[in-house]
Ligand binder design. Structure first.
Ligand code: ZN
Length: 320
């Protein structure tokens, strides 16, 4: 008989978007998060990061089905809305921080500039403006190409997005050279939303917030320096993105072990170089976004699968 699996769930924004200037951000509402906690706790032993890590490193599973909660990108949402709910229920979770968002002058990551610009401008206008900027940079002519029909290898990458979003995100994340994407997104952000640095300061967790969460039983992991698609980088560039993580997170939290989570998380977003660099940098384990249960005892520690919070939504409707 095989041991029960672990259902690992990942979350991004947890906020009531109607109460913010960016109602288009795809977030789980606070009530929705609470309902998910009820649902998960009714079915699983929800274990904390340290307990899960011990199980993965020792290879010994649990007698009952378990669940692990993980939170990507280090949003203030996680301090304001997630942490109090977890603490009140005596639960823990793993929170993944990008190095560039830490410190006194945090950087607004391109992935988040894109989310808020899409909310502000809508997909059509955002796509048009990025296309014009790419053309003036000489990177792309004839505007943003249409989404490929049929069986693209990357189909399903953004399974919850509308087509125009899929198209523009693919161009920005996978096709445009990073320095160009960075320049274009920063200029558009400053024109349409506001100053990147001020926005970043309000969007991401601060060091005191992280420390308070550690005191409350939360665990932290690393999520690269700048949130690139790692498989686009050579091994040296990947090393620069990964190698400081264990030290940075260790100093911030006092943890002696640090886990990792791949930006975007699909299995094509990292490669054999990434796995090597993770090992040489000393990470304890790493999470992707391949949606299935984790089998403790046989799962490679650097490729732990996770479900999107939205994968739970169908069940939630019947539960509510
Ligand atoms: Zn991320």
């Amino acid at each position: 008989m095989t041991a029960p699996g672990c259902t690992i769930v990942f979350y991004h924004y947890v906020r009531d978007v109607e109460a913010t200037p960016f109602p288009g951000i795809r977030a789980l509402s606070v009530a929705g998060f609470k309902a998910q906690l009820d649902w998960l706790q009714a079915r699983y032993d929800v274990i904390d990061g340290a307990t899960f890590e011990r199980a993965i490193l020792s290879g010994s599973g649990f007698d009952r089905p378990t669940a692990l909660l993980t939170f990507d990108d280090g949003f203030v949402d996680h301090y304001e809305h997630v942490f109090p709910l977890l603490r009140d229920r005596g639960l823990g979770g793993i929170f993944f921080l990008a190095g560039a968002t830490l410190g006194s002058s945090p950087m607004l990551l391109n992935v988040h500039k894109t989310h808020f610009l899409l909310s502000q401008l809508g997909a059509e206008r955002f796509t048009r403006e990025v296309g014009a900027a790419l053309e003036s940079e000489g990177v792309m002519s004839g505007g943003i190409p249409g989404a490929p029909g049929g069986s693209s290898a990357r189909e399903g990458i953004y399974r919850y997005d509308e087509a125009p979003d899929v198209r523009i995100k693919r161009v920005l994340n996978y096709e445009a050279p990073y320095p160009v994407a960075e320049r274009i997104l920063s200029a558009l952000f400053e024109r349409h939303v506001g100053e990147c640095w001020a926005f970043a300061r309000d969007l991401y967790l601060s060091a005191p917030q992280v420390r308070e969460m550690v005191q409350g039983g939360m665990t932290f992991g690393f999520h690269t320096e700048t949130h690139p698609v790692l498989s686009r980088l050579d091994s040296q560039a990947q090393r620069l993105e990964l190698r400081q993580g264990p030290r940075l997170i260790g100093e911030l939290t006092g943890q002696t072990t640090v886990s990792f989570c791949y930006p975007y998380g699909f299995s094509h977003t990292y490669n054999a170089d990434t796995l090597r660099v993770l090992e040489e940098s000393g990470y304890s384990m790493a999470f992707n976004t391949v949606r299935r249960e984790a089998v403790i005892g046989s799962e490679p520690r650097y490729e732990l699968p996770r479900f999107d919070t939205r994968d739970l939504a169908v069940d939630l409707e019947t539960y509510a």
